[in-house]
Design a protein around this ligand. Structure first.
Ligand SMILES: Nc1ncnc2c1ncn2[C@@H]1O[C@H](COP(=O)(O)OP(=O)(O)OP(=O)(O)O)[C@@H](O)[C@H]1O
Ligand SMILES: [Mg+2]
Length: 272
């Protein structure tokens, strides 16, 4: 097991607000596996990823990497962000070199690694541009190259394709699938986009509405590349969509019920 979560619960306490984002989450990711995480909006997907990145901590439960307890960012786990999070005052290549600089690696080695990765993500020739000179798709390519520069074992991606147009997203997805295939690194991708998850995943983790629990883990055995119009694809999509839809209805119903309770309280107060 590469990454393992055991009974992870996350409660945000901002008195008077107390939000339980994740409740008793247990699952694992195998080395080299591509795991996609889907779930209703606001259920706690980003929270989950941030905790694996060591940027936030569980309220209870444990996260382990190679069997060791994870309590801080780890040099073998890196993250690709939805909104790219590039450093605007650094050029493309300087952004990609950032993690290597932090690790104190020599200048020549940094430049070589960064150039190789920029070539791999199709940005050769753009290394001296600044982020503001790039399109969304180019920025995300830099984000991916930066995440890979430190040669991580685990790559975390939070909605990494959702801030770019669908056409570019499709080609980036294919590139990520290829990078996964070539490097056999472990990938964890959070996404709203179910077809995207089915296209990429070895397994899909379906979370329930907040507080998120593990609703289901679905293995995708289809051969790659996966075509959205194939009957197998359509049928997997239908099954997982039904799971998600049930969750959405649950969460709306819970919302309504809590609304009703409040209404009842108001009535009680008026009756007095
Ligand atoms: N730093 C924080 N302080 C307080 N509450 C937070 C914090 N971060 C997240 N939350 C709450 O935790 C819950 C889960 O948030 P999170 O961003 O993990 O959801 P998500 O599944 O990624 O949502 P989306 O699909 O919209 O990106 C939300 O109710 C959110 O308001
Ligand atoms: Mg999120």
């Amino acid at each position: 097991m590469h990454v393992e979560l055991s009974n992870v619960t996350k409660v945000y306490e901002d008195p008077p607000q107390i939000v339980t984002a994740l409740k008793d989450i247990s699952f694992h990711v195998n080395e080299g596996e591509f795991l996609c995480i889907v779930g209703p909006s606001g259920c706690g997907k980003s929270t989950l990823l941030r905790m694996i990145a060591g940027l936030d901590h569980p309220s209870s439960g444990q996260i382990r990497f190679r069997g060791d307890l994870l309590t801080a960012p780890h040099s073998k786990i890196s993250m690709v962000f939805q909104t790219f999070a590039l450093l605007p005052w650094r050029t493309v290549i300087q952004n990609v070199e950032f993690g290597l600089e932090v690790q104190g690696r020599p200048r020549k080695e940094r430049a070589e690694v960064a150039m190789d990765l920029l070539e791999m993500v199709g940005l050769k020739g753009s290394e001296n541009l600044f982020p503001k000179q790039l399109s969304g798709g180019m920025k995300q390519r830099v984000g991916i190259a930066r995440a890979l520069a430190i040669d991580p074992e685990v790559v975390l991606m939070d909605e990494a394709f959702s801030a770019i147009d669908e056409f570019t997203a499709e080609s980036l997805r294919a590139e990520v699938a290829e990078i996964h295939n070539e490097t056999r690194k472990t990938f964890l991708l959070v996404t709203h986009n179910l077809p995207e998850a089915i296209e990429l995943a070895d397994r899909i983790l379906v979370l329930s509405a907040r507080p998120a629990r593990v609703k289901s883990i679905v293995g995708i055995e289809m051969e790659r590349p996966r075509i959205q119009t194939d009957s197998e694809f359509v049928s997997i999509h239908r099954d997982i969509f039904a799971l998600l839809q049930a969750e959405l209805e649950n969460s709306i119903m819970r919302h309504r019920l809590s609304g009703l309770k409040e209404f009842k309280r108001l009535q009680d107060m008026e009756d007095r």
